[in-house]
Design a protein around this ligand. Structure first.
Ligand SMILES: Nc1ncnc2c1ncn2[C@@H]1O[C@H](COP(=O)(O)OP(=O)(O)OP(=O)(O)O)[C@@H](O)[C@H]1O
Length: 372
């Protein structure tokens, strides 16, 4: 699978960070990628657009939830869509799952046109969130057997398939218990089992681990990784940056319905995630020179410095150890003794915050339902 640098797209009204970063004109980055995609891509989105109208009878103002989104996901890879609340993630995956009709654009799943022929692709996709609550009084096994029968398997085939799923998702010990007695993590695994029971080519996971404890989350991660070993492609939305970091081959950061940046977690961190420099100074220096320390760090860093406590100051920096050396040297020149200085590596979280800050608190649009 091709690894590439993070791209940031120059949209019509780019947020502040898009202007500062290396830009790729719209239509040559993501759209270009999509244009050269072949059928080796399990999923291709081209110019995907969805506009909602709010207010009674849909007569209110319009809101473009997904705006000309381009995306291609190579077969067998995991692609994460990240974005702040209201960025358009669920709307996007709902369109891919054929639950919502796009206003414009193309969705190709294994080369099949999902907009023109939704029923033709439904057998190719599985989506989480649909199966966990089929019937709480039935056992996990019985629930899965029922789902398999709904996919057209005979009772015998469905039993075999349900048992395979139970074993694969580590639910063997609880297989015969009523599902209402399952923990949140077990329900989520059962739901995942339901999403993959028909061996879909593309599995869509909308926030698959939200609300799970760390152990439950790790179990789901493991199950997701195993799926890709079998060649399944995963499209994932998540609010957990560490989840994207742990799982995703590629990440698309969406912002106000449009692709704002994309790349591997590593390339995004390298290109958009500033490291943080923390310096600790002596107490006398802190008392006498705190404003000068802030000014010096502002010169060295790439953001606004902050004072963490009486003695420690922090600022975002571009260059790793070089910034430590220049901080110590510059502070010494103004008679500030540094007790400790260190640089922490960028995280995907810092990338996310940097890229989505301007809209993180934007208003949401309430409105009409448009689910098929
Ligand atoms: N049925 C609908 N009618 C009107 N507006 C909608 C509808 N569904 C979504 N929206 C709006 O479209 C925008 C995108 O919503 P969406 O749920 O796709 O975002 P999201 O990125 O999944 O957010 P979250 O992380 O909060 O789930 C939001 O402004 C939302 O209010």
């Amino acid at each position: 699978m091709g690894r590439h640098s993070a791209d940031i797209l120059d949209r019509d009204a780019p947020p502040q960070h898009a202007v500062e970063a290396t830009t790729v004109p719209a239509g040559t980055g993501a759209a270009g990628d999509a244009a050269i995609s072949t059928v080796t891509d399990a999923l291709v989105l081209r110019g995907l657009t969805k506009t909602f109208r709010s207010g009674p009878f849909g007569r209110g103002r319009t809101h473009t939830a997904v705006d000309r989104l381009d995306l291609s996901v190579p077969t067998g890879s995991i692609h994460a869509i990240l974005g702040p609340n209201g960025a358009g993630k669920t709307t996007t995956v709902s369109m891919v799952a054929t639950l919502l009709r796009p206003d414009a654009g193309e969705i190709l799943i294994d080369g099949v046109d999902a907009v023109a022929d939704p029923s033709a692709v439904r057998g190719l996709i599985g989506m989480s969130g649909q199966y966990a609550a089929v019937d709480g009084n039935l056992s996990g096994f019985e629930n899965l057997r029922m789902v398999a029968q709904l996919y057209g398997l005979s009772r015998r085939e469905a039993s075999t398939r349900a048992q395979e799923m139970i074993d694969e998702l580590s639910l063997t010990a609880a297989a015969d218990r009523p599902m209402r007695t399952y923990s949140g993590g077990m329900r989520r695994r059962l739901d995942l089992a339901g999403a993959i029971i028909n061996r879909p080519r593309l599995v869509i996971l909308d926030e698959p681990t939200t609300g799970l404890d760390p152990r439950g989350r790790r179990q789901i991660w493991q199950a997701i990784k195993e799926l890709t070993l079998a060649g399944t492609t995963i499209l994932l939305t998540t609010q957990y940056l560490e989840e994207a970091d742990e799982l995703a081959d590629d990440v698309t950061v969406v912002y106000d319905g449009a692709v704002h940046a994309r790349g591997t977690p590593e390339s995004l961190k390298r290109d958009f995630g500033d490291a943080a420099l923390t310096v600790e100074v002596t107490r006398s220096a802190a008392v006498r020179h705190a404003p000068d320390v802030m000014t010096t760090l502002a010169d060295i860093g790439t953001g606004h410095p902050e004072q963490l406590d009486d003695l420690r100051f922090r600022v975002r920096v571009g260059g790793g150890t070089r910034s430590v050396v220049s901080a110590v040297r510059s502070l010494r020149e103004i008679d500030v003794d540094v007790v400790d200085a260190s640089v922490t590596e960028p995280t995907l979280e810092s990338v996310f915050l940097t890229l989505t800050e301007p809209v993180a608190t934007g208003p949401d649009t309430e409105g009409t339902d448009d689910v098929r």
